[in-house]
Design a protein around this ligand. Sequence first.
Ligand code: URA
Length: 214
Amino acid sequence: MEISDQLVDLAQKRAEGFALEGFVKGRGPADAKVMLVGEAPGETEVGNLIPFSGRAGKELMKFMAIAGLTREYVFITSAVRSRPYRYGEKIDRKTGEKIKRRYNRPPTQKEILAHAPVLDAEIQMIQPKIILAMGNVGLKRLIGKAYQVSEQHGKIYRGPVQHLAHLEDRSYSWTEEVYTVLATFHPASIFYNRQLLPLIEADWQLLRQQLEAR
Ligand code: URA
């Protein structure tokens, strides 16, 4: 199940002028019970159009296994569906030449707002039993800026999520529907902080328990 090409066009128009490249639709079955919400795709994903298929994706697959899940059963998406980039310089080891290249960066609030109709539509389409926000970008997009993964992980949020009631709105409002939202650190966070590993594993155990209870 994936969003329409019209919605992709709309999101791309809304994001015109931003340093974003590619467009990776969220992926998963229409009857997915779980939706995973990350930050934004990276270089690998905009190349092959498969969410979480790069380095972070490898870690994600291991975490999903803790909850007894595979790609076939979950809907994987993120707050922004294009790769946010910045230019930087790298020295070519062989030639010593300076090469200008694109690096990943976190999405801005404006970019998240521009792509909001995509995540809104995916949530409407899938009606997941549980949404797992992976990282602060996804979590804040869903349940508001006051929340932090470091405080919210291990807890169960049950309530509305933020959406754009009208395309022209510049701020979010709350859905009438109520959702269950869990939080964990982004799978890439362990590349910078290995100590998060047991915390993340416990979060995926909690997801497993919650799924078994439903
Ligand atoms: N990080 C994300 O949030 N999404 C991807 O698809 C890859 C890395």
